[in-house]
Design a protein around this ligand. Structure first.
Ligand code: EPU
Length: 350
């Protein structure tokens, strides 16, 4: 085990923000993690778990010990009449695993193609796109408790998935010992890919692809290719223009609140939810406030999707975490003043 001092984190976060880890350890196996935890000094020090760095905003150097998760491996665990169960190491690149499962003939993850990040980050925020959320394809995961060093597994119910939410985003507090934020390191994730496979193509952009191509019975590869094409057209590639995906969650409101907003802004994009609430397109709210394409310093609002904040300074003159947060706060204020809605950031601010 090597503890690397003073490690630049710019290559390890998709915004391309400059910051350093005071100490960083690469975790390539469960054994590496046990070794860290058996060292008295390292065991006691606060820790920060870094996956693909695709959903974080670094606002300064990271003082806690950074555990960079690089646990690899992919395999079919079992095939039963109703499903394939596939396992991947937390350090595997998410998109590589999606492509591999589809190519192997274990479909089900294709709607989640091209989401940046690693397998271990996927359950933390219950990634979702084009009508599928991770929780719809989740079997179980393995993790290690940083306090006790014990290994444990969780099923879907224990992960308490919600919209871009899970038990891993909540800290345990007081009487409430629910919450594993900062406490658990996810090491492996298993996916339940149901048989027979059925296309999920109800999202507007996928319906449009079907109409455009005349292909109304798409295969898993067709959906994979369409999702890749839609994302490429709409979302910036973080390797070219740093970003952390959607910067805010889509807010939900009551039907009464929605009716009130529609009375003032009839064009607002909204979707009724199964529980009776209404989800609003945050990108629309931000665009309506005039932010699309605008910048604060080197932090900008992407000109093709207002929900995405981008690094306009590139690697040479990169945005700072402070600039990103200043822009985010200005957007929140505008949206609140005009619509009375508080937008909640999606990435973790470090
Ligand atoms: N819209 C605008 N202006 C904009 C952006 C969006 O008017 O600048 C309106 C359009 O009407 C558009 C609608 O909002 O049709 C929805 O936009 P989009 O399909 O791009 O989806 P989204 O709600 O903005 C969510 C997820 C994305 C995911 C897409 C597709 C969240 C926070 N974001 O975005 O996830 O890829 O749906 O399923 O739920 C991410 O979480 O990082 C992410 C990219």
């Amino acid at each position: 085990m090597i503890v690397e001092p003073n490690v630049p984190l710019q290559p390890y976060n998709s915004f391309g923000i400059v910051a350093r880890a005071q100490q960083l350890v690469r975790i390539a196996s469960e054994a590496d993690l046990h070794q860290v935890l058996s060292d008295p000094a390292l065991r006691a020090s606060p820790k920060f778990v870094l996956g693909g760095g695709s959903n974080i905003v670094l606002t300064g150097d990271v003082k806690p010990l950074v555990l960079k998760i690089e646990i690899m491996g992919r395999r079919l665990v079992e095939e039963v009449p109703k499903a394939w169960v596939v396992e991947a190491g937390a350090g595997e690149n998410w998109h590589d695993i999606v492509r591999w499962t589809v190519a192997q003939g274990f479909p089900g993850l294709e709607n989640l193609a091209m989401i940046p990040g690693t397998v271990g980050g996927a359950p933390v925020q219950n990634i979702g796109a084009y009508g599928v959320e991770l929780q719809d394809r989740f079997h179980s995961l393995d993790a290690i408790d940083l306090e006790t060093g014990r290994s444990f597994s969780l099923d879907a119910a224990q992960c308490a998935f919600g919209y871009r939410d899970s038990v891993f985003k909540h800290a345990a507090s007081g009487d409430n010992d629910f919450g594993l934020a900062g406490r658990a390191v996810i090491t492996r994730v298993r996916f339940l890919l149901p048989k027979p496979w059925k296309a999920v193509a109800t999202y507007f952009d996928l319906e449009r692809k079907m109409a455009e191509t005349g292909n109304f019975t798409p295969s898993p590869v067709d959906i994979f290719d369409w999702v890749c094409a839609i994302r490429t057209a709409k979302l910036p590639d973080w390797r070219v223009l740093g970003n952390a995906g959607s910067f805010f969650k889509n807010p939900t409101v009551t039907p009464e609140q929605c009716a009130d907003i529609i009375a003032r802004d009839p064009k607002i994009v909204h979707y009724p939810m199964a529980d009776g609430s209404i989800k609003l397109a945050a990108g629309w709210l931000i665009e309506a406030c005039g932010w699309k394409g605008k910048s604060v310093g080197n932090a900008g609002v992407y000109d093709r999707q207002a929900l995405v904040l981008v690094n306009r300074g590139g690697n040479a003159n990169p945005v700072t975490g402070g600039e990103v947060m200043t822009l985010a706060k200005a957007i929140q204020t505008s949206v609140y003043e005009r619509f009375g809605i508080r937008l909640e950031p999606e990435p973790v601010v470090v």
